[in-house]
Design a protein around this ligand. Structure first.
Ligand code: BGP
Length: 471
């Protein structure tokens, strides 16, 4: 089997709101995640528009990367990272989102981080917007309000201009399709009623009309960032970011094949097709017609989408799901095991995703999130043995390697959460992904000390041998 190509970008992925902390430092404004309390898989988080005295808001501290970035980047370098995925906190640059001039202290912070990464030869991979909608803009309607496109465009232009000599790889909007889910209603439109991140369930308050309108505005905003990047950052490449969780039919009943296809169309292909082909696919237009969905579009939107086609397709991959018309059957895949949060583990599904996306788009792919959320135990001597994490990643990397041998053009792999951070879905710390353990807990306590788990040394070998040594 041929191996990973020379220059393959091994690394890890993070998001500003989940690990920077310093939520109100150096002029930063509030994002939607600053009003999230911590939850667990069984106890939903709460969103409290007015902050409560004595309540823990986990994203306020994160793991304080803001003040530990030098130490953390040194650890990434020790593992042999070629790239590091991070996002820019929108309200650090525009505290309310609608100011005319950016916050210089916020811009300076990311200059420092990029300089530190380059010191070790690590290429930054930057998500312009990773869920951290400025709270002020959310209070004005969020993505239901078309003005949001202009605010995002201004923010994107500011960071593209500022960092064009320091950043070669950009992503426009993290998991753009997650904004259509009940969980996404919070960051898309400030609709906080739905607390569990059940991606497939329907929301009563965040209606299909609202979901597709938000998604349309997000797609137009993304296309504007792509076009600006192409015109002003000639050395850069810019991609989309979609949560690509394949949906299998439960049975070979043809009706189940259709159910799976339709679920894939709505959740995955609709935004992906617009990003890559620059236009809505015919199934989407028909769906809007047949479901009485009327999108508010400006006359120039079609051209904007056409001018905003991405250079590469990036996606997150954790799990696969099931669709079925057999209402009496449990939509669970009997061939797979799951993590403690019920996310089914499916390494072959990653190859399926890579092959399917290659067939459909024939552009370079980038796996920018993949990993295992797990409960880790610190031994009395301080060591952390996490063979389950190594096993998860090894099996996924083997499938990527196989996919490359089968013709997939893969640019890189940034596993999710190389250092423990706050969970996006539940707001908890105990769901850990990292190779680096951080002493920080759900009750807000912890020394913030960093330590290497067993998987740290394993991934070091992977990076250093370009994916050859997976033992
Ligand atoms: C994706 C997000 C990330 C990340 C990851 C893991 O949806 O892009 O921000 O958190 O999932 O999810 P969780 O944190 O809920 O375990």
């Amino acid at each position: 089997m041929s191996g990973f190509p020379k220059g393959f970008l091994w690394g890890g992925a993070t998001a500003a709101n989940q690990f920077e902390g310093a939520w109100n430092v150096d002029g930063k404004g509030m994002s939607v995640f600053d009003i999230s309390t911590g939850g667990t898989k069984d106890t939903p988080r709460r969103w409290t528009p007015v902050l409560e005295e004595g309540t823990v808001y986990p994203n306020h501290d994160g793991i304080d990367f803001y003040h530990h970035y030098k130490e953390d980047i040194a650890l990434f370098a020790e593992m042999g990272f070629k790239t590091f995925r991070m996002s820019i906190a929108w309200p650090r640059i525009y505290p309310n989102g609608d100011e005319d001039t950016p916050n210089e202290l916020g811009l300076q912070f990311y200059d420092n981080v990029f300089d530190e990464l380059h010191k070790y030869g690590i290429e930054p991979l930057v998500t312009i917007y990773h869920f951290e909608t400025p709270l002020h803009l959310l209070q004005k309607g969020g993505w239901l309000n078309r003005e949001m496109i202009d605010h995002y465009e201004k923010f994107a232009r500011t960071v593209l201009d500022r960092y064009k000599d320091k950043v070669k790889y950009w992503l426009t909007i993290n998991e753009i399709n997650m904004f259509m889910t009940p969980f996404g209603g919070a960051m898309a439109a400030g609709i906080f009623e739905e607390s569990h991140p059940d991606h497939m369930s329907e929301s009563k308050t965040f209606t299909p009309q609202m979901r597709y309108q938000c998604e349309h505005n997000l797609l137009v905003a993304s296309a504007k960032a792509v076009a600006y990047c192409h015109a002003h950052c000639p050395d850069a490449k810019i991609g989309c970011m979609v949560a690509f969780g394949p949906i299998y039919p439960l049975t070979c009943d043809p009706a189940d094949q259709m159910a799976a296809l339709e679920a894939m169309e709505q959740m995955c292909y609709l935004p992906s097709d617009v990003h890559v082909r620059g236009r809505y696919p015919s199934f989407a237009k028909a769906y809007f017609r047949n479901h009485d969905i009327h999108l508010e579009m400006a006359p120039e939107d079609e051209e904007t989408l056409l001018n905003g086609k991405v250079d590469f397709y990036s996606f997150s991959y954790y799990s696969t799901r099931i669709a079925t018309t057999h209402k009496d059957e449990k939509p669970v895949n009997p061939y797979l095991t799951a993590n403690d949060w019920g996310w089914q583990i499916d390494p072959i599904g990653l190859r399926w995703a890579l092959r399917t996306l290659t067939d459909r788009y024939e552009i370079p792919l980038f796996v920018v999130e993949n990993g295992l959320g797990a409960l880790d135990t610190v031994e009395p001597d301080g060591s952390i043995h996490d063979p389950y994490r190594i096993d998860y990643m090894r099996r996924h990397i083997v499938e990527m390697k196989q996919a490359i041998a089968e013709g997939v053009d893969l640019m890189g792999y940034t596993m999710w959460g190389p250092i423990d951070l706050v969970s996006a879905g539940t707001g908890e710390m105990r769901k850990r992904y990292g190779f680096i353990y951080v002493d920080k807990h759900d009750d807000g306590t912890g020394t913030l000390a960093r330590s290497r788990k067993d998987s740290f040394f394993w991934y070091q070998k992977v990076c250093q041998t370009n994916g050859e040594d997976l033992d």
